[in-house]
Every structure is written in C-alpha cells, then in structure tokens.
Design a protein around this ligand. Structure first.
Ligand SMILES: *Cc1c(COP(=O)(O)O)cnc(C)c1O
Length: 406
C-alpha cells in the first residue's frame, strides 16, 4: 500500500536517514559533553566524535578534516564566506562576482555588502538552461576582484554549473572561489582539489542529516584562505566561528556524509532512473509541458517542469497528497514568479506554471507512478476549464488576440 502524503520535495529538505538518527541518539543522553571541555572524559568523548565527523565530511569532498568549520547551516556558511572574505581582503579590493540564480543566502549577503558600501557586485546572467558561462566569469574579473561565488548545482532547476572551469579561471587569476555546494554534496562527485574550490558551503539536512547544522570548507593551502569571523566569542573552529559545537548535529552530519559517500554512485543511478520515469510518464500523458533547467547537466533527483495554461499554485492545491514545490513564491501581496525560472528567459506565465519535483533516497517507482497519474489528471482537469488552453488548441495565436478590457 502506498503511504500518503508522498514527499517529493527533497531540495527543500530531506528526512533524516534512520542510520543517522541512530548514530546521533547517544549524544543526546549519556554522551552529552562539551567538545571544548579539556579536563575530563565527557569533553574528550565529544571531541572525538566531532573529529570523526570532521573526517567523514572532509572525505566526501576530498578536503582535510581541519578545513571543515562547523556552522548552523548553509545560510550561515554563505554569509560567513562572503562577508568574511570581503571584510578580510578589503585592502586588496572590493569586487565580488556572483550569478543571478544563486540561493537567497548568497544574493542577500551580496546585497547587504552593496548597501553598506563594502562591495561592488557583478551578477552574471545564465543561459536558457540556467548555466553560467565561464568566459563571462573570466571577463568580469578585475584587479579589484576578491571573490567569485557561484553555486555547484541549483536548488530549483538542478542545473550543474561548469564548476571545474570556473575554479581553474579563479586559480589562474588568483581570485578566491566560494561555491554553495549544498545541493551537490552527496549527490554528485564533489572534489575541492579537482574543482579548484577555496570555500564550500554545506548543509546536513539536504543530505539526510539533521537541520540546524552545516559547514564551511575553508582551504588551508594553495592558497591559505583567511576570513573575518562574523561571530565573536570563545574562538572555536580556528577562530572562524565561535560558539559551543552542536555535537549531536555534527555526529549526524558526519554519518550522513559517510552514508552518502558509500551509496552515491548507486543512488544517483537509481534517482536518475526514477526522475526519467517521472518525466517520460508526464510527457506521454500531457502536451505543452516544458523542461526548466539543463537536459543532462542536472542533479539526478531534480525535475522542474512548466505546465502551460495551468497555475502552479492551483495545480499544487489539486494534488494535496503530493508534496512538491511551485515556481511561485507568495510574497506579501503579490504572487512573484521564481527569479530562477525567470532568469532562463521564460515568460512570467510559464514561470508561474512551474513545478519542482525533488526525488530522494526514500522515493519509490510506485510513488513516481502515483504522482505521474495525479499530475496528469489534475493538469487535464484544470486545462479543461481554461479558455486559453481551448483557444490554443483551436489554433488561435494567443499573442495576436486583441483583448478587450470591458
Ligand atoms: C537549502 C539551501 C541553503 C540554505 O541551507 P540551510 O542549511 O537551510 O541554511 C543554501 N543554499 C542552497 C543552494 C540550498 O539549497
């Protein structure tokens, strides 16, 4: 029997893997020590657990354990890297390069620096697949550029940027490269050496770990990256992030990375198959559906589709037993179409009609078939009520219709 509701929104968050929960449990109870307590076994035990997690996380991205700085999540990691670098290297320059489809944690950090007069930011465009052109990165670099911040894979459309090329350009020009790698870590092979990444933001809850724990990878050699701490206190985490470590969360994060490393290849293959099954099933049953994002360079579990003549929000309401996301964000008064989908050059209407499916570790083929059927039936039902869809099917060019206001 299928268990409802079905969760297919794994880019927003993932359920905690039972193996991760099991590893965490003792650290809520008998192993409650403060990892900074140096004088007794409670502290040592906690410190050992943190060291082990550091190794597990570092191994996933080919880093050294001491290069992992624990934070409260990727929002903090993005803030710390962008604000921390701009502040530390202010005598060298004040120019930052990013991209229009970045996560809000990156974009808003950049905006805050601009407003404070601390940085000048270049927002690079993307192509119709959501990919940034490495040549644009190269051309944007000036002698004032202190940071390039471009994500590994996009959280809405799943597009994977040409990170290795961007890393190579950054190295060549001597510019620090920060990468929001939240959606890529544990899903596709990520290697900070091969990819030329100097700073990487990670978050446990996007790879079957707990919420509220993240990390920032900070390169220690070639170059040694420095940054200004954004939190003053006891000087934890090599002075980059003060605060008592969330040992339980860190243990879970480490375990999640270990599991991901062991299963990534097999899981990526399985999720790609499921995603392709979902995509093929929907395309078979519906017309006027378009893919948002890159056809091949995309995350295994990501499918982002626009259903023309259908409001994404109405579609979501009609399939209440399926948890997916729409490309519209309810802001105070207006329904804003997603800035990521808009950046692809699609119309506001199509952006409003987009749905993001995020397949994950615990989804099954049976669930995919159920969701395919629910989507196909609901889109058909909504289109049956749509005069626009009817006109389009009758061959009327909607762009040529002179609409009357009265
Ligand atoms: C979820 C996400 C974040 C924020 O991570 P939190 O740990 O929830 O703060 C940042 N960047 C990307 C790409 C994300 O998907």
């Amino acid at each position: 029997m299928l268990k409802l509701p079905i969760y297919m929104d794994n880019h927003a968050t993932t359920p905690t893997d039972p193996r991760v929960l099991e590893a965490m449990l003792p650290y809520f109870t008998e192993k409650f020590g403060n990892a900074a307590s140096r004088n007794h076994s409670f502290g040592w035990e906690a410190e050992e657990a943190v060291d082990r997690a550091r190794q597990q996380i570092a191994a996933l991205i080919n880093a050294k354990p001491k290069e992992i700085i624990f934070t409260s999540g990727a929002t903090e990691s993005d803030n710390l890297s962008i604000k921390g670098i701009v502040e530390f290297y202010k005598d060298k320059g004040n120019h930052v390069i990013t991209c229009v489809t970045e996560h809000k944690a990156v974009l808003d950090s950049c905006r805050a620096l601009e407003r404070a007069g601390k940085a000048v930011v270049t927002y690079l465009p993307v192509d119709k697949y959501g990919m940034v052109d490495p040549d644009d990165v190269r051309k944007a670099i000036t002698d004032k550029t202190v940071l390039i911040t471009i994500m590994y894979a996009n959280n809405e459309i799943g597009t994977i940027h040409p990170v290795r090329e961007i890393g190579r350009i950054a190295k060549e020009k001597g510019v620090i490269f920060h990468c929001d790698a939240v959606q890529a870590a544990g899903k596709v092979p990520l290697d900070v050496e091969r990819d030329g990444i100097d700073l990487a933001s990670l978050s446990a809850h996007k790879l079957y770990g707990p919420k509220g724990i993240g990390a920032l990878y900070v390169r220690s050699k070639g170059p040694r990256v420095r940054l200004t701490a954004q939190m003053d206190g006891g000087g934890h985490e090599r002075g980059m992030r003060s605060g008592t470590l969330n040992v339980t969360g860190i243990v879970g994060f480490g375990k999640a990375c270990e599991v991901a490393q062991g299963e990534m290849v097999e899981e990526a293959r399985r999720l790609t198959d499921l995603r392709n099954r979902l995509q093929a099933g929907i395309f078979e049953r519906l017309d006027e559906v378009s893919l948002n994002g890159h056809p091949t360079e995309r995350l295994p579990g990501n499918l982002n589709l626009s259903f023309a003549y259908v409001e994404g929000e109405s579609l979501l309401m009609g399939i209440s037993d399926v948890a997916v996301s729409s490309g519209s964000a309810c802001t105070s008064a207006t329904l804003e179409p997603s800035y990521v989908i808009r950046a692809l050059g699609v119309s506001d209407e199509l952006a409003h009609s987009s749905i993001r499916f995020g397949l994950g570790r615990f989804n099954t083929a049976e669930e995919v078939d159920f969701v395919t059927d629910r989507i196909a039936r609901e889109v058909t039902r909504l289109r049956d009520m749509s005069p626009l869809y009817e006109m389009a099917k009758e061959g009327i060019d909607l762009k040529s219709v002179a609409w009357k206001a009265d």
